[in-house]
Design a protein around this ligand. Structure first.
Ligand code: UT7
Length: 352
């Protein structure tokens, strides 16, 4: 029987570390000023989110999500022991695409040198913080049906350029960072029901769509971009808007339900699973999920302290971080649960 399995994993974060202490002093170009720009503090950010620092790309106009994604993808491809030319499908998950269209997957494809007339299929998916598990479900289906043999899933985000660096935007601004993660998924011939990707289940509830959104434009209106350059302070259309409390509650509830459902439907217990890898939006969300889903706390892996919320990148980035630290080993079984804007959410169980 053909099953899908993760053949390689890679991640990338920019070099610039932005500590909580620096955040109140950043201007809208992320340049540190002598005078405080935003009313926030290390104490508040740490206590409410668990974040200590995050990474930002240089503000030199050269870094889009496809650039971060390319480095993560190259690492995943090398880890899989293949070359970029072996990839026959790319699934790119991001909420910070390089431009409006075309999608970011084709830019990544070009940067990997696999464009041209023999180029592979390219998909962009828009499920925000749940993008990686949505992509894994697609890759699993593609590989098991024989449609594609080497599927590259990339989650990559440049958040630092689209945050509101003022007190008005502080609730969202302090949470997000830049980063990328990637995996290569391919087929394995096996009768072992616990090999490779064991389970994926994803859901959405559009009634929560306006609890976390970034408009930038509204195509129903003309002009469809309503940006008043003379009055930059009023342009909330340029920045993410969030009802933090509602998102928090829905995140905890749905990640708990998705985690319990994953175990019930596979017949697995926490004794079978090596690691719980939740989406990294808030350490308090993850601690609540661990408590309510009765997950052994020592099996929960977090990286939000180091990277903040990197949306579609968090799951592969967290696994790769702890693999590099020597904790996660080849073949370990991971249960991942995610929740994000949309609302979208889900869970997956897979070997890394
Ligand atoms: O990736 C998936 C999507 N994202 C999430 O899952 C995020 C979900 N939500 C959250 O993580 C939390 O709701 C936040 C971290 C955003 C906020 O934490 P909270 O405990 O829900 O705080 P709050 O929104 O109730 O705000 C408490 C106070 C408010 O002041 P008042 O009204 O009590 O005077 C806020 O104005 O904290 C204030 N505040 C801040 N103060 C300092 C909000 N943001 C900040 C800030 N620094 N950055």
């Amino acid at each position: 029987m053909i099953r899908s399995t993760i053949l390689g994993l890679g991640s990338y974060v920019p070099e610039r570390i932005v500590k909580n202490e620096e955040i109140p002093f950043l201007d809208d170009q992320h340049v540190r000023q002598a005078v405080q720009q935003t009313e926030t503090s290390d104490e508040w950010i740490r206590a409410r989110s668990g974040i200590e620092e995050r990474r930002y790309v240089p503000n030199d106009g050269k870094w889009g999500s496809s650039d971060l994604g390319t480095i993560a993808a190259e690492r995943a491809i090398a880890d899989a022991g293949i070359t970029a030319k072996d990839i026959d499908c790319i699934i790119f998950a991001t909420l910070s695409p390089d431009i409006h269209f075309p999608g970011t997957a084709v830019f990544l494809q070009s940067k990997l040198g696999i464009d041209g007339e023999t180029g592979c299929a390219c998909y962009d998916i828009r499920q925000q913080c749940s993008g990686f598990l949505y992509g894994l479900q697609m890759a699993d289906a593609f590989v098991r049906t024989g449609m594609y043999k080497r599927v590259l899933i990339v989650g990559a985000e440049v958040h630092s350029h689209s945050l509101d660096y003022s007190t008005r935007g502080r609730d969202v601004m302090v949470l997000f960072g830049d980063g990328a993660g990637a995996v290569v998924v391919g087929p394995v011939e096996t009768d072992d029901p616990r090999a490779g990707v064991l389970y994926t289940s994803v859901q959405a509830d559009g009634s929560g769509a306006m609890d976390l959104y970034l408009k930038v434009f509204e195509i129903a209106k003309a002009p469809f971009v309503q940006y008043d350059w003379k009055n930059r302070d009023e342009n909330s259309i340029m920045y993410p808007q969030m009802n933090g409390k509602r998102v928090f509650l829905h995140a905890v509830r749905n990640m708990v339900v998705a985690t319990k459902k994953a175990l019930k439907e596979t017949g697995l217990t926490w004794a079978d699973i090596d690691w719980f890898v939740p989406h990294q939006a808030n350490l308090r969300i993850n601690e609540a999920v661990v408590q309510y889903a009765e997950i052994p706390p020592e099996k929960a892996l977090n990286t939000i302290m180091f990277y903040g919320n990197t949306t579609a990148a968090t799951v592969p980035l967290t696994i790769d971080h702890w693999r590099q630290a020597g904790k996660v080993k080849k073949g370990d079984l991971v249960l991942s649960a995610v929740f994000g804007a949309g609302y979208t959410w889900g869970a997956g169980i897979f070997r890394v």
